[in-house]
Ligand binder design. Structure first.
Ligand SMILES: Nc1ncnc2c1ncn2[C@@H]1O[C@H](COP(=O)(O)OP(=O)(O)OP(=O)(O)O)[C@@H](O)[C@H]1O
Ligand SMILES: [Mg+2]
Length: 303
């Protein structure tokens, strides 16, 4: 599913900035980020360390507030929300999964109790919370291990319990920061199967942050971040004509001002540095190095 119209857009970030101020310097972690995510989509954000992925996720989860720009989730404007609204938002609208499996679970409670805790905190009776915990444990394929404590579960199983905890109060949005970063590939596959199942059965919107570009094969759309901005998008789609097959296509993101990031390797290969010549050619735009389009010297250099 591609976000195309405003109606479909569930998460909308526009020109988002986050500046961290420390004692002697300012770090610009997000610098004019634009992003749209559709309701019901399961997508990933990838990028090198320090590109701003966790900063973005913390803002979307209501744990942190941006310095400037616009960010909307559903009908909520995260920039102007009061502290009370943010607490309510974190409780009911969004579930969060951390990379560190140990951070998601309470060690002395078993899987069923762990999933029940957020519901009891929200005022449900122990019976109601237990019933829904069983339902969620069934969905994540761990009902038979519901009596086990975290140390008695594998890393992948712990992350699946973490998904159950995040979805305990039925939030429409699930955010996961490197949820499979500590897992091997086959265990990570099990976790992604659970994400897919819940995305399809509950219609929950899922945003997953990862270092690993290999995540492209596991979600429908991957948005790459560089230096605090979205730089490109990889879209996976299935083609039915000429034999069924899966294809991916990579696009550069164009922001509202018409800025687009040209991959570094293209710039280096063509020797494009500070300026480029841009012209329209029927149905496409061409970007030429300054030199090749015209070998002319500037007038002031001609004798
Ligand atoms: N609380 C903070 N105070 C100051 N600087 C911060 C803070 N949190 C993050 N930063 C800086 O903001 C930038 C973006 O950090 P962020 O954690 O969002 O990156 P990331 O893409 O999640 O990286 P990683 O893949 O390593 O988790 C980095 O330069 C980081 O050092
Ligand atoms: Mg991070």
């Amino acid at each position: 599913m591609n976000p195309t119209t405003d109606e479909q857009t569930y998460i909308h970030c526009e020109d988002l900035f986050k500046i961290y101020k420390t004692e002697d310097l300012e770090v610009v972690a997000l610098r004019g980020l634009d992003l749209r995510v559709s309701r019901g989509e399961m997508m990933a954000i990838v990028g090198a360390s320090g590109s701003g992925k966790s900063t973005l996720l913390n803002i979307l989860s209501g744990l942190d507030q941006p310095s400037a720009g616009r960010v909307r989730v559903g009908s909520r404007d995260l920039l102007t929300m009061t502290d009370d609204d943010l607490v309510a938002y974190r409780r009911s609208e969004v579930g969060f999964i951390w990379q560190q499996t140990s951070r998601n679970l309470i060690p002395y409670l078993n899987a069923r109790q762990n999933v029940a805790v957020p519901m009891i905190l929200e005022g449900r009776t122990p019976d109601e919370a237990g019933d829904r915990a069983d339902f969620l444990l069934e969905e994540i394929g761990l009902i038979h291990k519901r009596e086990r404590r975290p140390v008695e579960l594998s890393g992948g199983e712990q992350q699946r319990v973490a998904i159950g905890i995040a979805l305990a109060n039925g939030p429409p949005l699930l955010l996961a920061d490197e949820p499979t970063g500590e897992l091997d590939t086959s265990t990570a596959d099990e976790v992604f199967q659970v994400f897919h199942r819940l995305n399809e059965s509950m219609g929950v919107t899922i945003v997953i942050v990862s270092h690993d570009r290999g995540i492209t094969s596991r979600v429908d759309r991957v948005v790459a971040m560089r230096d605090g901005r979205t730089s490109s998008e990889i879209v996976r789609y299935v083609q039915f004509s000429q034999g069924k097959g899966e294809f991916t296509e990579e696009f550069s993101v164009v922001d509202r001002s018409g800025r687009l990031q040209i991959p570094h390797e293209y710039l280096e290969q063509l020797g494009i540095d500070r300026r480029a010549r841009v012209n329209i050619n029927q149905d496409h735009v061409e970007v030429h190095p300054e030199q090749s389009a015209s070998k002319k010297q500037p007038r002031w250099k001609q004798s």
